[in-house]
Design a binder for this molecule. Structure first.
Ligand code: ATP
Ligand code: MG
Length: 211
């Protein structure tokens, strides 16, 4: 049995065509079904639905053999026990620093000010500002990061941006790109050895489908 970990929403939606290329079709849609284990047309392949941030954990500890996770999530999680052979080039966005329109980020950095940064991506933010030599206080949030600079909780946020619509709607602007994000295939290293005959063809098909 091969277990594939996916999250609902854009990652599931954008992985469906890749699974289809490998001849795998789920019997139910996670948006309409409450089931967390989805059977597929292949008796020996199933899909489990987990939170996006939990995909690396399931794969690392063998709850799933393979999964799809954003580079943002993988950078925070760390790579222990995980093999990431392929950039699937789906769910693309950018990790960015954003501030209130009226906040002069460049001069705050130039003056060596200590910045308060609110983010869900604490590791990524810590590394980014350490590399720049900027001193920061990190404030961990779990969502609605855009609010933090508006109510004085933080000077800046580190968050994913695609169109910039949410930033704009809240009077924020992106001032710095940290890294380009897309989703990666993640494979349990032990499973790759034990189930190579099933997993390698899947990885090869995905590789061809991504192009
Ligand atoms: P939830 O929204 O349930 O709290 P989440 O935000 O982690 O969880 P998604 O919004 O589905 O889940 O994001 C899953 C992945 O998709 C992220 O880890 C990231 O790699 C990518 N992603 C997030 N936001 C965007 C976006 N606006 N455009 C493209 N890709 C994105
Ligand atoms: Mg989200």
């Amino acid at each position: 049995m091969i277990t594939i970990a996916l999250s609902k929403g854009r990652i599931f939606d954008e992985t469906v065509p890749l699974l289809k290329a490998a001849g795998i079709v789920t019997r139910e849609n996670p948006e309409t079904s409450r089931k967390l284990i989805l059977e597929t047309n292949r008796r020996n392949v199933r899909v489990i639905i987990v939170r996006a941030t939990d995909v690396p954990t399931y794969v690392q500890f063998g709850g799933a053999d393979i999964g799809v996770a954003g580079k943002d999530v993988l950078d925070e999680h760390g790579g222990d026990g995980l093999y990431t052979p392929l950039d699937l080039k789906i769910a693309k966005c950018r990790m960015m620093v954003a501030v209130r329109k009226d906040f002069d980020y460049a001069s705050a950095v130039r003056q060596g000010a200590r910045l308060k940064i609110a983010t869900k991506y604490v590791q990524t933010a810590r590394e980014h500002f350490a590399n720049k030599g900027v001193h920061v206080d990190l404030i961990k949030l779990y969502g609605s990061m855009e609010l933090a600079p508006l109510v004085g909780l933080a000077d800046a946020i580190v968050d994913l941006v695609s169109t910039g619509g949410t930033l704009k709607a809240n009077g924020l602007v992106a001032v710095e790109e940290i890294v380009q994000i897309s989703s990666r295939l993640v494979v349990n290293q032990a499973a790759l050895k034990l189930k190579r005959a099933q997993l390698q063809p899947l990885i090869d098909t995905f590789t061809r489908a991504v192009g």
